[in-house]
Design a protein around this ligand. Sequence first.
Ligand SMILES: *Cc1c(COP(=O)(O)O)cnc(C)c1O
Length: 364
Amino acid sequence: MLHSKCTLRINLDTIKNNYQLLQKKCPGAEVGAAIKANCYGLGMAKIAPLLKQLECKTFFVANSDEGIIARKMLNYDVNICVLHGVFNNDKRIFKEYKLIPVLNCIEQAILWHSFADECNEKLDCFLHIDTGMHRLGMSEQDLNIVIAKLNRLNILYIMSHLACAEEQENELNKIQLQQFTNATSNIPYIKKSLANSSGIFLGKNYHFDLTRAGAAIYGINPILNEQSGITNSLELLAPIIQIRELPPLASIGYGQTYINNTGKNCKIATIAIGYADGFLRQLSNKISVYINAAPAPVLGLISMDLTVIDVSSIAANDLFLGQQVEIMGINNTPESLATVAGTNAYEILTNLGNRFEKVYTQES
Ligand SMILES: *Cc1c(COP(=O)(O)O)cnc(C)c1O
């Protein structure tokens, strides 16, 4: 056994196939990429340049710190848009790194416009309007004021964001589309963007000029309970670092949440992964992990760095120190873990810890 590190294997071919599938789905629109939160935990340094090679020209990050990191990785020939928008303390950073703010309210629009005035030039931006999510975005009235009055803004796109796009039948999708169309119908000369990954699968009406894909690129299924052609790009493996027998009536882990009531010895193994690695504590006593496709149930509470599993039914020659156990992969998808933990696959990915050995595989 060389070390106790977990391995996070990220298949770049799958990421490439997912992105190209999205491009095929959007024949008339550019597919931009959300690379915020370090590409949803998978690593911006490898993935963002790959997407650029595939002709992605527009990237979305959350704030200007992420924007600086992305700019250094992508050079100056792509657009990097900052979803939180611009603030007084980072407006100069935006100019220095050529970051494009998404202006989410009239105050941000005024700030960016005054800064443009100060610089004596026109500055690029996106305008975000709210069409029903009520999270970020200005009203239709404010949009009209900004367009009419703030003539130092070079508005590249007007955008909005869908709240329920992964539920294809949800009425809010159509309402938001209608609202977006109404609010922008008198400004045909500015480009538009509405759909996230799931929005792309709602059909052509939702695509406009630019889509903003995140989850589907990384392999999260964008349609609830249906096939989309998007495939999981991740495998997470944790090594066994101890194997032992658990006598009858003995308990495992903090709080004695598992007691051996089988009446006989039970063979258990300790693996080097815990909730600090994003192996959520809510999964304790509820799921199995896999050794060569054979299930090994999690016993007791998942602790910070360690988890105990039942290996009674694992073949003897598959049991040794250093054996790699599948935490996530073919048998446990991000979606299936999310369902058991009561969250979504996005949270499973963005919770993945930073002490894994990340291995990127690529054949083509
Ligand atoms: C994160 C984000 C996206 C990407 O969403 P996915 O569901 O991951 O495709 C698109 N637009 C906005 C405004 C976002 O915040």
